[in-house]
Ligand binder design. Structure first.
Ligand code: ASP
Ligand code: MG
Length: 430
């Protein structure tokens, strides 16, 4: 069995969905299990709807969402009433907001309709193209999650639930990406872009022979092609390389996708629905050795850099524990860290809680916050045990007068990560 996940652009309209059906059809021998995202832009619209519903004026957005889906049904000549239930339920959700600010739980409920509707359309189109298919909400197949609305994680039992349900099927399941349910039956989401993660979870659950992520680019690239004209599609990357690239770079793949795949050593392939003959990028545990030391250079903007200084750190124990405890308290994840004897630098990719964190830390350290920074990441397995890569990297930056505000290299030695000012990001990558 293989998992085939199709993203929002890949199911963005009638033509695209027809194309998806063809792609699935040509993989029938491999027993596909399909996972889908919401139709392109619908998740954004559903969030907008939830926020507008509070003021009682979501009618326009509601109609727009309805029209997009009706348009697709009509063009594909599918059953007109296929999604009536969903529209009714969405309408109910709108009514229930009733002047209240939508909380994370309500937002998850709203967002869930995107995948609930797209899965039904895709399943209907597969059937129309002569395949036996059926749409499923992932939670009806046992994808239960924690109750971290907006960022839920699958519970251990989700894996065996999914395995038991899917293995018995004699047809192609078309499963909602992105969403789950708590044990109490409340709908959750796995975080924006989380359909990839669902594909990873389902793939690990059924022990798939491959997890395919079908998107709108040819695979993982050596750099952002908007910055580097001759950026290339990478043929193979390791799980370790892919995690660094996915987190600090291109949004080709949700960073969590590969965690379940990695645990079961299932290859993940990133493919282009608009160029289905391409080989895409294959992500594996161990990749063929190449002469290349650096495989990819990524950048991530809108980073907040936090410098923490404390004389008390000198020779003391427990300082880092206290420091990170504050981040824990605010559920703020830290991405890059670098430390000296008396100071620590950290980055976060949102500045939501940094003021609160700084004020909590006042008692033990001086804190300096700088926004609009960029993390640049130089990645490649070949960098391990190859001298001179950081020398070359930093001397090029020096020659170009780009100031480096922080440097870090992880234990795996497959990346050099550094922070520059946002305005220098493009030049640094170049
Ligand atoms: N539809 C969700 C989003 O836009 C999940 C996904 O597309 O992966 O974030
Ligand atoms: Mg997506």
């Amino acid at each position: 069995m293989i998992v085939m996940k199709f993203g929002g652009t890949s199911v963005g309209g009638a033509d695209e969905i027809r194309n998806v059906a063809e792609i699935v059809k040509s993989n029938l021998v491999r027993k596909p299990v399909v996972v889908v995202s919401a139709v392109k832009k619908i998740t954004d619209r559903l969030i907008e709807l939830a926020n507008l519903a509070k003021e009682g004026n979501g009618n326009e957005v509601f109609s727009a969402i309805k029209n997009v889906h009706h348009g697709i049904l009509e063009e594909l000549r599918l059953e007109k009433n296929l999604l009536d239930n969903d529209f009714n339920e969405l309408q109910k959700a709108v009514k229930s907001v009733n002047g209240k600010m939508p909380d994370a739980k309500t937002l998850d409920l709203f967002q869930s309709f995107g995948e609930r509707m797209s899965s039904k359309i895709v399943a209907a189109q597969l059937s129309k193209s002569g395949m036996e298919a059926q749409a499923f909400n992932a939670f009806d197949l046992g994808l239960i999650t924690t109750s971290d609305f907006g960022n839920a994680e699958p519970l251990e039992e989700a894996f065996s639930n999914l395995d038991n349900r899917i293995k018995k099927m004699k047809f192609i399941p078309v499963i909602t990406g992105f969403i789950g349910k708590t044990r109490e039956g409340e709908i959750t989401t796995l975080g924006r872009g989380g359909s990839d993660y669902t594909a990873g979870i389902v793939g690990a659950a059924i022990n798939a022979s491959e997890i395919q992520i079908w998107t709108d680019v040819d695979g993982i690239m050596s750099a952002d092609p908007k910055i580097i004209e001759n950026a290339r599609t990478l043929t193979q990357v390791s799980f370790a390389e892919a995690s660094e690239i996915a987190y600090f770079g291109a949004k080709v793949l949700h960073p969590k996708t590969i965690i379940p795949a990695m645990e079961k050593n299932i290859p993940v392939r990133v493919l282009n629905t608009f160029n289905p003959k391409g080989n895409g990028t294959l992500i594996l545990n161990e990749v063929e050795k190449t002469k290349q030391t650096v495989k990819a250079i990524t950048s991530k903007r809108n980073i907040t850099l936090i410098h923490v200084n404390s004389k008390r750190m000198l020779g003391a124990y427990g300082f880092l524990a206290r420091l990170f405890d504050v981040f824990y308290k605010y559920k703020q994840s830290v991405d890059v860290v670098s430390t000296s004897e008396v100071s620590v630098s950290m980055t976060t990719d949102n500045s939501k809680n940094v003021e609160d964190i700084a004020s909590d830390l006042k008692g033990i350290a001086d804190v300096k916050i700088s926004k609009n920074k960029a993390v640049i990441c130089v990645v490649g397995e070949g960098m391990r045990n190859t001298p001179g890569v950081s020398g070359r990297t930093f001397s090029v930056l020096g020659k170009n007068k780009i100031n480096i505000e922080m440097i870090s290299q992880g234990a795996s030695e497959i990346n050099i990560t550094f922070v520059v000012d946002g305005k220098d990001a493009e030049n640094a990558v170049k």
